[in-house]
Design a protein around this ligand. Structure first.
Ligand code: P53
Length: 475
């Protein structure tokens, strides 16, 4: 009963949100470096405003982030102390290929990750590696237009070949693209897309999506060729759309909205474009260029497992009067009268987590992996620097209980759970440091002040107990 014996408990981060050292050891510039904190961040993320280099008058939080580049040994030691079985991190593409279209990789970048993986190995921590977590080399955007260009598949293939070969025996679990469906809402982060005036944005987004889907299948193929032990997963920003009422039109709309997200995973997991998507694309006048070879790759190289992030559920309605929007930018949704929301307006719904897991398992019948979940909150350290984050413990307790129910009662096959931002890091959505998720507090504020000192929060000891009891002791 309960979680499997080899359940992979751990935490998750992404390169640009924690590493810093953006120009160290030959690293090139990436899209994720040049999104500033503040008002304009969101329009840049959405591909509506062009910023392809640092500009005066802005603060770029990812430049230094929490400087994990120079603190990883200390940080992984703390993860080990909590009992982590796995650590999810991402590779910064521009550490390996600074411009993206080189023939030879940057040895210093490879050496950095090799030592990081060896540090994990020393503690018996299994790395779970996201190959791209919203990052795309700036050179590839300037020169090729990002993922709108088919050439990207080739550059991505170079990257994955180097990674799979070099880290064979050190890394077994891989994710091809973080939250691949976020390309629909955050195309600059998702795919390095910046739109020209008057351009058919949907056409560009779906062509870029196609390139990513083919690249993902190709990576799966290569991963299995290099080492049959490799396990490759897709990654969905999950969270169901609830109909506001039982009015059939609302229920229908919720299904349509869910399909916008499932589309990506349907291709990655079942190996072909689903019928509803082909019809929808046709109606919208979107014509995706694809080859026979693409279709064969998609068909023959589906993922081994389904990973996803879950923070919240959403609500949709066909009633314009009810369209009262919540805050929470990308998560803007109709307010659910039955749920409380976080300080950033993300509605808290543990049972929705279980419903989401069931929906995914019903649909794909492949093992699931929860690779992000958590509460972004403002933490206030006491005089001794200690954070009593009972609100975070409450959120995680309820979500882990719901996940346990999905496994124990509903029979979902679940490989592991990595909570988001196990150490405080820069928020992807807002660029803030004060939106914290960690078990470990990092002394740094929104403006970049602070000593970067790491301090265990109350949730650190709580999570340690959860892991030690394999999820039985959630008190
Ligand atoms: P933050 C929303 C906005 C941006 C990225 O988000 C997001 C989401 C939610 O899906 O996705 C993931 O930092 C992402 C992480 C991110 C995390 O959600 O805005 O994979 O990079 O940090 C939390 O609070």
């Amino acid at each position: 009963m309960g979680f499997r014996e080899d359940f992979l408990w751990g935490g998750a981060t992404a390169a640009n949100q924690c590493e810093g050292a953006y120009d160290v050891d030959g690293r090139g510039l990436a899209n994720v470096d040049v999104v500033p904190i503040g008002e304009e961040r969101f329009s840049i993320i959405a591909g509506k405003r062009k910023m392809l280099d640092f500009e005066d008058g802005y603060f770029y939080p990812a430049k230094e982030a929490i400087d994990m580049y120079h603190h990883y040994k200390e940080d992984i030691k703390l993860f080990a102390e909590m009992g982590f079985k796995t650590y999810r991190l991402s590779i910064a593409w521009t550490r390996i290929f600074p411009k993206g279209d080189e023939r030879e990789p940057n040895e210093k970048g490879l050496a950095f990750y090799e030592d990081l993986f060896k540090t994990c190995q020393q503690y018996g921590i299994e790395p779970l590696v996201t190959i791209t977590h919203f990052d795309c080399p700036i050179h590839l955007i300037k020169e090729y237009g990002g993922w709108r260009n088919r050439k990207m598949i080739e550059f991505y293939e170079r990257l994955v070949r180097v990674l799979f070969t070099r880290f064979k025996g050190l890394v077994k679990y891989w994710l091809t693209f973080n939250e691949i469906n976020m390309i629909l809402h955050a195309p600059f982060m998702g795919a390095g897309l910046v739109f020209e005036d008057g351009e058919n944005e949907q056409q560009v987004k779906y062509q870029a999506s196609h390139h990513e889907l083919v690249a993902s299948a190709l990576a799966t193929k290569v991963a299995h060729e290099v080492d049959p032990e490799n396990m490759v997963g897709c990654m969905l920003a999950a969270g169901l759309n609830y109909p506001y009422t039982c009015k059939p039109e609302d229920v229908f709309l919720a299904q349509q909205k869910d399909r916008e997200n499932y589309f990506f995973i349907d291709v990655q997991s079942r190996g072909e474009y689903p019928a509803y998507a082909l019809k929808e694309l046709e109606r919208a006048g979107i014509d995706i260029e694809m080859t026979e070879e693409d279709l064969a790759l998609l068909k023959n190289h589906t993922v081994d497992f389904i990973s996803f992030s879950y923070y919240s559920s959403r609500v949709v309605t066909t009633d314009p009067k009810l369209n009262e929007q919540t805050e929470g930018n990308i998560f803007a949704s109709v307010k659910n009268p039955y749920l409380e929301a976080s300080e950033w307006g993300w509605q808290i719904d543990p049972l929705g987590f279980r419903t989401t897991m069931n929906a995914l398992y019903d649909r794909y019948q492949k093992p699931l992996f929860v690779v992000e979940n958590g509460l972004g909150a403002i933490d206030t350290p006491d005089e001794a620097g200690y954070v009593k984050d009972d609100y975070r413990i409450d959120y995680l307790r309820e979500h882990i209980q719901a996940m346990k129910d999905a496994v124990e009662i509903d029979g979902v096959d679940l490989l592991g759970y990595t909570s988001w931002g196990c150490i405080d890091l820069v928020s992807a959505g807002t660029g803030e440091m004060k939106k914290r998720y960690g078990f470990i507090y990092v002394d740094r504020d929104n403006a970049g002040n602070g000593t970067l000192k790491r301090t265990k929060k109350k949730s650190f000891d709580w999570y340690k107990k959860v892991i030690a009891s394999n999820g039985e002791d959630l008190a």
